[in-house]
Write a new protein. Sequence first.
Length: 442
Amino acid sequence: MSTTIFALATPAGRSGVAIIRISGPDCGDVLRAITQRDLPAPRVATRRKFYAAKTPSAIIDDGLALWFPGPASFTGEDMAELHIHGGPAVIAAMAESLAAHGLQAAEPGAFTRRAFDNGKLDLTEVEGLADLIAAETEAQRRQALRQLEGAFGDRVEAWRGGLLGALARIEAAIDFPEEDLPGGLVEGVDEAMRAIGDEIARTLDDDHRGERLRDGLSVVILGAPNAGKSSLMNALAKRDVAIVSDEAGTTRDVIELHLDLGGYPVLLADTAGLRESGNKIETEGVRRALDRASRADLKVIVIDGAVWPVIPDAIRAQIDAASILVLNKADLLPGPLQAIAGHQPIAISALTGAGLSDLLVTLKERAAGLLASGDQPVLTRLRHREALADCRLALSRGLAVGPVELKAEELRLATRALGRITGRVEVEDVLDVIFREFCIGK
Ligand SMILES: Nc1nc2c(ncn2[C@@H]2O[C@H](COP(=O)(O)OP(=O)(O)OP(=O)(O)O)[C@@H](O)[C@H]2O)c(=O)[nH]1
Ligand SMILES: [K+]
Ligand SMILES: [Mg+2]
């Protein structure tokens, strides 16, 4: 028997309204007890006074109660919401009263765990829900909502259904050879395996766009000391995040900033100027800068307009397909710029703000090329990627083997890998499909 749990669903602290959620078998009894009234009509916000458990004549607060009888609730259990005033003392008194009625404070994620256990959400939907709550930009929100609505899980389940059908055919051929099986039974199995394997391969070949959208695009600002990297960081942040000075070697630590680039999440990093230095701390800063650069999705390489067209070798070495060249201090430079290593630099002045909008447009374009749009069901986690890769491997092995027993074993592994994604691995499924398709053992 499940326990009955409660938790504050709104952030801790002071707020106009706070919402306490309750889930479990004692929910209805406790709601009746704390309101000293009958249950409200299901899913209708109803004005109620809430009473203390230990001194039943004492009113804690006056608010709204909602009653969600299971199984048509988020967790599938009986649930309630108490909308109370969001003062710390009100919340504390309510929590104390619920605990006195025997309810347990919920662990993080406990409601969603119950929803999963009761089949209300599959694992990808659980992940979508977590991502939706964590989403900081529009594209992230759209991607998370799609996953919560089951777009990705449905695709995986459709593949799994196809493979279970193929497995059922093979199992029938193995286990019931005496049965009068329809002709051409095993034919088509390879075809299904190949078709689904190809679709999975296409899904895997996504350049990590969904994962990147979920995690945020990693963009690093690189350049020689005093090129104006921190000035650019501050200009993009529209505030003073990094120290700027005319002293070369000012920045040592990697300084991070979250940016919303037209709906795309970006983690921008300012770094130490790249140069050989006798200073231990600065050398460590340069090591950190290079480490960050090696893991970045994009590199904004800032070239110092004050020494243009001289570009130190350490900076030149960083120019590649992942870089955007920026020539800073354009206010000091007359005339047009020539391309460097095939890249046309964007002229900016971190000081005056000139050219920053051009840089932002380019950054946005490059981000759009690297990130999922949020509108397609995509892989958002390594977990999905690994399971799909396992599935695909099992399918290729299954296609390569002759004996049906071995083919069946690989198919089983393939479906199990997909089942891990949605969290629905069960042998019962195979039996279900066998009996439904062939009516064996009728
Ligand atoms: N004229 C002009 N000066 C600039 C511009 N951007 C930055 N500076 C100046 O250049 C100097 C160095 O700027 P920073 O932003 O500290 O340079 P940095 O690349 O972060 O330097 P380190 O952290 O030492 O590697 C400061 O004196 C800035 O005021 C610009 O667009 N025009
Ligand atoms: K500096
Ligand atoms: Mg700096």
